[in-house]
Design a protein around this ligand. Structure first.
Ligand code: UTP
Length: 290
């Protein structure tokens, strides 16, 4: 079955980036000149996704504004012959069919994804975590969709994390199938002890889920941090029908974390035509003083 729908949960509180995220959704924090959620929507579109549901909450209306038209601004740029700037904004609203739903209470990623039941219907769909930007030659979501086509099970986008960091993430029990493709048979969210760590592979920002996940989520009790964890629901799939894990090729930036935001700005800035020369010069000079 062709996968055309994506869900972007963007209703978190963003406490790790306060005070920046007191009034500004973390998903709108820019990487050089584009909000991070636009990178995610573009990744979806470049992977064949046509319909996107963004899960928001109070104070995140600016995300809807960003993907809307801006006639006054467009007219002003047109009149001023600012063609390049006009081109950078005029088609944002055409990227995909984007709809929105609110998560009234912030009860965790699993609870947020459960809001997408009506939108998803009976199809498999992609979940793209709203604060994980992945940049690479091939869109990560496309790599996951290809794996779904071959293996027909739910797919997890994974990366290995440092041993000291695995306690902040999920940890997966995996077995290599070939190259970057693994079979996943178990997982745990935020292991507490070394014994609980199943491997250093962790779900990092993307997954493809079958619609059966909604029934599972309805019965998922609060887990780590008192939140309804998507990992706990996916564990049921992994331990019964199994899931496929794909170590995607792009680089992931955690935009919910101060260091992740800085790294993204530097890496993207060093590739950005307008600023790369100035930034390189600045970094070289700065490095001499470090
Ligand atoms: P995070 O755990 O990173 O989001 O969830 P958070 O709660 O904003 O993080 P803190 O406060 O800095 O620790 C990963 C993704 O899931 C979304 C977030 O917006 C983020 O994109 N999310 C999380 C929801 O949509 N709803 C929730 O209840 C929790």
């Amino acid at each position: 079955m062709k996968i055309t729908k994506a869900v972007i949960p963007a209703a978190g509180l963003g406490t790790r980036v306060l005070p920046a995220t007191k009034a500004m959704p973390k998903e709108m924090l820019p990487i050089v000149d584009k909000p991070s959620i636009q990178y995610i929507v573009e990744e979806a579109v470049n992977s064949g996704i046509t319909d996107i549901l963004i899960i928001t909450n109070r104070g995140k209306g600016i995300i809807e504004d960003h993907f809307d038209r801006t006639p006054m601004l467009e007219n002003a740029l047109e009149k001023g012959n600012k063609t390049e700037l006009l081109d950078s904004i005029k088609d944002i609203h055409k990227l995909a069919n984007i709809s929105y739903i609110r998560q009234i209470e912030t009860k965790g990623l699993g609870h947020a994804v459960a809001r997408a039941k009506t939108f998803v219907g009976g199809e498999p769909f992609v979940v793209m975590y709203g604060d994980d930007v992945i940049i690479g030659d091939v869109p990560a979501t496309k790599e996951l969709i290809d794996a779904y086509g071959k293996h027909g099970k739910g797919v997890l986008g994974v990366k290995k994390v440092d041993a000291k960091d695995i306690y902040k993430y999920s940890s997966l029990k995996v077995e290599n199938i070939h190259d970057n493709i693994y079979k996943c048979t178990d997982m745990i969210e935020k292991p507490q002890t070394e014994k609980e760590v199943l491997s250093l592979f962790s779900v990092q920002g993307r997954c493809i889920l079958p619609p059966e996940i909604f029934d599972i989520l309805e019965n998922t009790k609060p887990g780590a941090g008192g939140e309804i964890q998507l990992t706990d629901a996916m564990r049921e799939l992994a331990t019964t029908v199994g899931m496929t894990a794909v170590e995607y090729s792009g680089k992931r930036y955690d935009m919910g974390n101060k260091l992740g935001i800085l790294k993204a700005s530097i890496d993207v800035g060093l590739e950005h035509d307008e600023v790369k020369d100035g930034l390189k010069e600045y970094i070289k000079e700065l490095a001499k003083t470090l």
